[in-house]
Design a protein around this ligand. Structure first.
Ligand code: SF4
Length: 368
């Protein structure tokens, strides 16, 4: 079809988890140190779905500080291709044309946000087509995928973990994030990788996960200080009450913390969940929101099917791919480790923040 290289967005999903998991742990530490009333409050909401971001900016602008500042996998991929990859290939970013294939009719609007461009005028993502449009292009050109030999994605942005694959379904971002955040806090590998509580098609799903911070770590020391703070820390002097009260996770007397997570499957369920959280009737530390029912497997850009079970089948296929992956935890992806080693240093560094994080606009981008 005329492309020189084909990369895998699952790679960028893993990168998103590296930054998002690190951001969650950072927010947790900041809260254990001081307030509510901090600029990076808890609970933290995921940020990878532009349908959710659009609703949040328009209907819940007070929640902007609660939303992870991480760019979505699509936009992280755009940044990495136009910087790291451009340098590796010795090509000027403006001479690269990057086309995203997405399940989503909202991803073009996301790519068009004014600040997703470089000083030389190159856009991070040049064009977005949907998976259905890719299917039509293949048909027009008489390309029949089953007749082709299997190929590989191109390096160095080729590998993705099983966790990254799960981004495509409701609950998957949360499941992938927990795999990495668990190890960041405890220093140990998470044994139970499948979170059945947040799988499936229910509208609102929740789970609690007990973390024992690694001995000698900063977070272990903070937890010990915080253990009597089960009702939440006193607000810092002069701190404004936020739209959602965070009650400090569930601190155990043994120095453990129970992370409470929730998944909203579709915008209607997100509204219900936010209403409960604002009323103080539900307490979470980390919340995933995907706009399309079932998540991206049910995205508006996906091929139509007469099979009523198609989203369930797509979801089952993703779980299956995850199970069969040799690397299931995003932070164990060797290509991601190389990218940090070569370019960003560590997750959450100044450089990573500059390039892999973004901001939101109350009222929506068109008012900018
Ligand atoms: Fe796009 Fe829907 Fe996926 Fe959100 S859930 S990223 S709107 S396809």
């Amino acid at each position: 079809m005329g492309f020189d290289f084909v990369y895998d967005t699952v790679f960028a999903a893993d990168l998103t988890i590296m930054e998002e998991g690190t951001e969650l742990v950072h927010r947790l530490k900041e809260h254990l140190k001081e307030d509510p009333g901090h600029e990076e409050p808890l609970p933290m909401f995921t940020s990878c779905c532009p349908g959710w971001i659009a609703m949040m900016e328009k209907s819940y602008p007070d929640l902007i500080p609660y939303v992870s500042s991480c760019k979505s996998p699509q936009m992280m991929m755009g940044t990495v291709v136009k910087t790291y990859l451009a340098e590796q290939k010795h090509v000027a970013p403006k001479d690269i044309c990057l086309v995203s294939v997405m399940p989503c009719v909202r991803k073009q609007g996301e790519a068009d946000r004014p600040w997703f461009a470089r000083d030389d005028g190159a856009r991070d993502i040049d064009h977005v087509i949907t998976t259905a449009e890719l299917g039509n292009l293949l048909k027009e050109r008489n390309i029949n995928l089953p007749e082709l030999n299997a190929g590989e994605f191109d390096n160095p942005l080729a590998d993705g973990s099983g966790g990254g694959v799960l981004f495509g379904t409701t609950g998957g971002v949360m499941e992938a994030a927990l795999r990495t955040a668990y190890e960041l806090v405890t220093g140990k590998k998470m044994e139970r990788l499948n979170f059945s509580e947040i799988r499936g098609m229910d509208g609102i799903k929740e789970a609690a996960i007990k973390l024992t911070p690694a001995e000698g770590s900063e977070i272990a020391a903070l937890m010990k200080e915080h253990v009597n703070c089960k009702e939440g820390c006193a607000p810092a002097e002069g701190a404004k009450a936020g739209p959602i009260t965070w009650k400090g996770g569930e601190a155990g007397e043994d120095g453990t913390i129970t992370l409470r997570v929730a998944v909203a499957n579709g915008l209607g369920n997100a509204k219900k969940l936010i209403t409960k959280m604002q009323a103080g009737e539900a307490m979470y530390d980390f919340v995933e929101v995907m706009a399309c029912p079932a998540g991206c497997v049910g995205g508006g850009g996906q091929p139509r099917s007469t099979d009523k079970q198609v989203t369930q089948k797509r979801q089952a296929a993703l779980y299956n791919l995850d199970e069969r992956s040799t690397v299931r935890r995003p932070h164990e992806n060797p290509s991601i480790q190389k990218l940090y080693g070569d370019y960003f240093g560590e997750p959450g560094t100044h450089k990573a923040h500059e390039m892999l994080h973004t901001h939101y606009v109350a009222g929506g981008v068109e008012n900018e």
